[in-house]
Design a protein around this ligand. Structure first.
Ligand SMILES: N[C@H](CCC[C@H](N)C(=O)O)C(=O)O
Length: 260
């Protein structure tokens, strides 16, 4: 069985994309997805997505984590699938698509490799000691960390993700260092069970948590640096609810291929 795939990356968060209407992969095989995402035995990726057609939207996004299991919302994946939909000719410069957390609007830059993706509104942010916990389509834990460059994100992130509070459902763990004109963020991702180069729902959660932490309100733009590049987050915050949330960043086709 030959599977035609496209490899995309958004700030180093990398994905295998498959057009499910033309793919022979009709029944979802979670073990096969895990194998395709494996960096030594497969193509290698943080996740895999299927694009399918939808009656009421431009398309539907189906996201699986590298462990082969269905994931919650993936922000960088969402930006990459918009670029993929344009590549397939399904959309032009804008998209309205359906994902696991509901409908999303997105727009593509004139250059074609920068996507602004609207994310869900958020009105619930809780505390876990010094950390902020919120759901931006996926569940996130946000904690400030000094000297983040040399910090052991894998060990610290993993111990939080598997502690008594989060063990069962899992959580994505984001460490943030305020650098003044930008935030530096590193993330341990559930479902990948490793640090990734970027996490879109994660940096969205970080920007919100930091706005709340600093008591900022109004229209807020946050520049964020992650291991794989630069991302910008925009939203309105009235002190209770985050609305008009946009995750803006690169989404690039790396290569196209076929696997047996
Ligand atoms: N990398 C993704 C997050 C994937 C979510 C996944 N790790 C889960 O919690 O199911 C992003 O850019 O938002």
């Amino acid at each position: 069985m030959k599977i035609n795939f496209f490899k995309y990356q958004g700030a180093g968060n990398d994905f295998i994309l498959i057009d499910h209407t033309t793919s022979p992969l009709k029944n979802i095989d979670n073990e096969l997805i895990e194998q395709l995402c494996h960096r030594r035995f497969g193509i290698g990726a943080d996740g895999l997505m299927f694009i399918t057609r939808h009656e009421n939207y431009d398309f539907e996004m189906h996201y699986f984590n590298a462990d082969g299991k269905l994931g919650s919302m993936c922000g960088n994946g969402g930006r990459c699938i918009v670029a993929f939909a344009k590549h397939l000719g399904i959309i032009d410069m804008e998209a309205n698509f359906l994902a696991v957390d509901g409908p999303h609007y997105a727009r593509i830059s004139a250059s074609g490799d920068w996507v602004d993706l609207q994310m869900i509104d958020v009105d619930t942010v809780t505390r876990d000691a010094d950390a902020y916990v919120l759901n931006t389509g996926s569940p996130h834990y946000v904690i400030q960390q000094r000297d983040l460059d040399g910090f052991d994100v894998f060990t610290a992130g993993k111990s939080i993700r598997y502690n008594a509070t989060y063990n069962e459902k899992g959580i994505n763990v984001n460490f943030v260092e305020d650098k003044g004109d930008h935030l530096f963020v590193r993330t341990y991702e559930r479902g990948v069970e490793d640090e990734t180069y970027a996490c879109g729902t994660g940096v969205t959660a970080v920007a919100m948590a930091m706005a709340k932490h600093k008591n900022q309100t109004g229209h807020i733009t946050t520049d964020i640096k992650v291991l794989g590049g630069d991302i910008k987050i925009e939203f309105d915050y009235d002190g209770h609810k985050f609305t008009n949330v946009f995750l803006c960043g690169p989404a690039k086709l790396v290569f196209e291929g076929e696997v047996d």
